[in-house]
Design a protein around this ligand. Structure first.
Ligand SMILES: [Zn+2]
Length: 237
């Protein structure tokens, strides 16, 4: 049974499940729709409901392969089923930001060989740091980047995910191979996210199904971070 449901369907907002372990306020469930964060994407917010009781989920962490939900107080009953509800407006905003970062990084990789070094999504903006091969950064029309990305998004590209074996992933050339080599060797299966021909990479985050769902955004700042690196700051409208 698949425990982490957010990876298969990022649009499930509510789900009923059972408790597996409960240690004071720290609970693991049979299955979960709560994203524990990672890859620059913050963890979900939401609530756990049991009978008349509502518990706030204040933190979610993956510990030794288990997803541990930190609640605001210990669960009243660990035998009774619970209903999970994620804060959908927070999750959907993070899905939009995260997918937009894929599109920007993918576009700059495809056309200028840029490599995404890190990314971080905050509540009011997101940032992406990219490293360019020698002589490539100067060729990027940064003042037109926002419009170029908006045009790509408007083309209504599907965002598809699939799981492949680690061996298969290691045989792929380019960016996926680089990322897969950095993943823990205990991972035998790798989740691949593909946005048309714009981007294909290993990623465990949550994404929108179609680029049009990203909606409107602005590039709010582009900074130099050394001779071959740029930091791009974006904000969803
Ligand atoms: Zn992703």
């Amino acid at each position: 049974m698949k425990i982490e449901l957010y990876g298969e369907n990022s649009y499930v907002k509510e789900f009923e499940t059972q408790v597996v372990t409960a240690n004071d306020r720290f609970v693991a469930f049979e299955q979960t729709i709560f994203y524990p964060g990672g890859g620059g994407q913050p963890c979900d917010r939401g609530t756990i409901h049991q009978g008349e009781e509502t518990y706030k989920v204040i933190q979610i962490k993956k510990i030794d392969g288990k997803i541990i939900h930190e609640l605001d107080r210990p669960l009243h009953n660990t035998e009774q089923a619970v209903v999970m509800k994620i804060d959908w407006s927070w999750r959907f905003q993070n899905m939009r930001y995260h997918t937009l970062l894929h599109v920007i990084a993918g576009y700059l990789h495809q056309h200028y060989g840029a490599l995404a070094m890190s990314s971080q999504i905050e509540s009011e903006h997101a940032r992406l740091e990219l490293a360019f091969p020698d002589g490539k950064m100067e060729k990027v029309p940064f003042e037109q980047l926002e419009q170029l990305i908006k045009n790509l998004i408007a083309q209504s590209h599907c965002v598809q995910t699939k799981t492949i074996s680690r061996i298969e992933a290691e045989q792929k050339e380019g960016i996926i191979k680089t990322i897969v080599n950095l993943l823990p060797t205990s991972l035998s299966e790798i989740r691949i996210v593909q946005i048309h021909d714009i981007d294909e990479q290993a990623c465990g985050g949550t994404h929108v199904n179609n680029t049009t769902e990203i909606g409107n955004f602005s590039v709010i700042k582009i900074q130099n971070k050394g001779a071959t690196k740029k930091r791009i700051k974006i904000r969803l409208e």
